[in-house]
Design a protein around this ligand. Structure first.
Ligand code: OOB
Length: 536
């Protein structure tokens, strides 16, 4: 049994193989290639895990999954944070050919249910440390609602659901059964711009290539010590080159539960970390900590800081080499595929002012006007792309795919960009109905739908407003039957079980929403009002 997904046309697949991008290896090769190496793979708090221990833990869990009757071609819903078990579970599922959706740790009931409805998971792996799974109420409802779930394992559980027990029990004669390399390995999460969170099928071949190529560009080796302070499940953290890149090279990953300076600076010093990745707001906080007394002495081992996920201002970019004392690399990527990097040997001017170049010679990227026609070099328009690691369709979403792709299979990311003569991209804005809250993506429609469930809400529009730290925050404009306060709105959304970062930072009630000539909500106008208010 294999999972349905939109494949690359045969001639593309042939070319990607001929050029060596697709090597027909399962992603588990990233780990198994190290055999019984005693090199350190992972540091999680006090725990130190070598490649040999890592591989054994993975095979134990994989073997336990097989013993429970979990089969190749099935799916899993996983919610684990920045802990060793995230990676053990990921590789174990791949070893038995089960495709996981790795929900973010910040996700709540609403997101987990939406993912489960789409993939109909055979198993759920989550964490007792997450508020949702501290007791059994949500778990019981979830298993009741999603009848496909046959097995539940929880990190930190003392009883029948204990994940750690399955990891610790030695496997006997384990035989790996990964899915074929050109089939779905797992699902990435889309930042989203529609009502329901969309899933991105990623194959072994395409994802492995993106990791291998990222390692080349970023100079990752067995000597690299990488601090992962981004959410473990995020595409940036997993593959650009991220934790999987480090594992592939035989380097060492140090886990941090959050990107705060108080946590990360000592970890960098203690473990002599050489590379890390941050979103722009975390960079601001690090710079603030340095200037307010922490200094940068603890960061002496740091050679490279990658920044991506949201727009990095030139002002902030300039301060990184000067105040943190390491090289900056801009990363403009997306869970759907395409990743752009500034090169380590690019001029400082390029590194500060551009979001880099597509990493693969066969990434086809062009800029379209609003009618889908190509624009001349340098002009601002829609990013269109296809290539050996850019997906060809969201999971089970024919309608959305029809508008997200053109007739030649080019994906329209919803970003507005310009490409210069040398092929360097600058991100100029966004056309998709999304708020980028410091790298955390909010699909406006998803939150609007939840707001409309409130008995007093007649119309709702969620728009971005500028924020000096996060870049953007969200404001909900509401037309209501009776006045609503921001706290009530936020409480209501929390009760709907939605991730905290999606709650509107501000709420405004109006008589009516402004409309465009064709009768759509005029979000441009709403954003303009917010900007005027912020100034006045
Ligand atoms: C990364 O992935 P996603 O899927 O969370 O978000 C993708 C979107 C892009 O379409 C763009 O709108 C925005 O995030 N974005 C940036 C950016 N990097 C991402 N906008 C401006 N400047 C940047 N450097 O965010 C992601 C995936 C892999 C690597 C890095 C980031």
């Amino acid at each position: 049994m294999t999972l349905p997904f939109t494949r690359w046309p045969d001639d593309f697949a042939r070319r990607y193989r001929e050029k060596g991008y697709w090597q027909d290896l399962p992603l588990t090769d990233i780990l198994t290639r190290h055999g019984d190496s005693e090199a350190l793979a992972l540091i999680d708090g006090e725990r130190r895990i070598t490649y040999r221990q890592f591989r054994h833990a993975v095979n134990n869990l994989a073997s336990a999954l097989q013993a429970k009757g979990i089969k190749r071609g099935e799916t899993a819903l996983v919610q684990l944070g920045n802990v060793a078990e995230f990676y053990i579970t990921f590789f174990a599922l791949l070893q038995v050919g089960v495709a996981p959706v790795n929900a973010l740790f910040s996700h709540q009931r609403s997101e987990l249910n939406a993912y489960a409805l789409q993939i109909k998971p055979a198993l759920l792996i989550a964490d007792r440390e997450h508020a949702l799974f501290a007791g059994d109420d949500f778990l019981n409802t979830f298993v009741d609602q999603h009848r496909s779930v046959r097995l539940v394992w929880l990190r930190g559980d003392e009883g029948e659901h204990a994940l750690e027990a399955a990891i610790d029990r030695p496997a006997e004669n384990f035989i790996a059964t990964p899915t074929p390399a050109d089939e779905v390995a797992f699902f990435q999460l889309s930042g989203g711009s529609t009502g329901t969170p969309k899933l991105i099928p990623r194959t072994h071949n395409d994802y492995y290539y993106s990791i291998r190529r990222s390692n080349e560009i970023c100079g990752i080796t067995a000597q690299t010590r990488y601090l992962n302070a981004l959410p473990a499940a995020h595409n940036f953290a997993m593959s650009s080159p991220g934790t999987l890149g480090i594992f592939m090279a035989g380097g060492c990953v140090v886990l941090a539960h959050d990107p705060s300076a108080t946590l990360c600076f000592p970890l960098i010093h203690q473990h002599q970390v050489t590379v890390t990745s941050l979103v722009p707001p975390a960079v601001s906080l690090w710079l603030q900590a340095i200037s307010e007394g922490a200094g940068n002495a603890q960061l002496a081992s740091l050679e490279l800081l990658q920044v991506g996920g949201a727009r990095l201002s030139a002002t902030l970019a300039t301060r990184i080499p000067a105040e943190i004392g390491c090289q900056l690399q801009q990363v403009f990527g997306m869970a759907e595929g395409l990743v752009n990097y500034t090169a380590l040997d690019d001029s400082p001017e390029r590194i500060i002012n551009t979001q880099g170049r597509p990493m693969c010679p066969d990434d086809e990227v062009w800029v379209a006007d609003e009618h889908g026609n190509p624009l001349p070099r340098g002009e601002v328009g829609r990013l269109m792309t296809r290539g050996p690691y850019t997906f060809r369709g969201y999971f089970n979403s024919p309608e959305h795919n029809a508008s997200a792709f053109d007739e030649n299979g080019f994906y329209c990311s919803g970003d507005l960009i310009a490409i210069d003569e040398q092929g360097y991209i600058t991100v100029q804005g966004r056309e998709k109905d999304q708020i980028n809250r410091g790298g955390e993506k909010i699909a406006a429609e998803e939150v609007e739908n939840l707001l409309l469930r409130h008995e007093s809400v007649i119309h709702a529009a969620l728009v971005s407003m500028e924020d000096s730290l996060l870049g953007e925050k969200s404001c909900a404009y509401l037309v209501v039957k009776k006045p609503l306060r921001a706290v009530e709105v936020r409480r209501f959304l929390r009760e709907q079980g939605v991730a905290e970062f999606k709650l509107p930072d501000r709420v405004e009630c109006l008589e009516a929403l402004p409309l465009t000539p064709v009768g759509k909500v005029d979000k441009k106008q709403l954003r303009l009002w917010l900007a005027e208010r912020a100034q006045g």
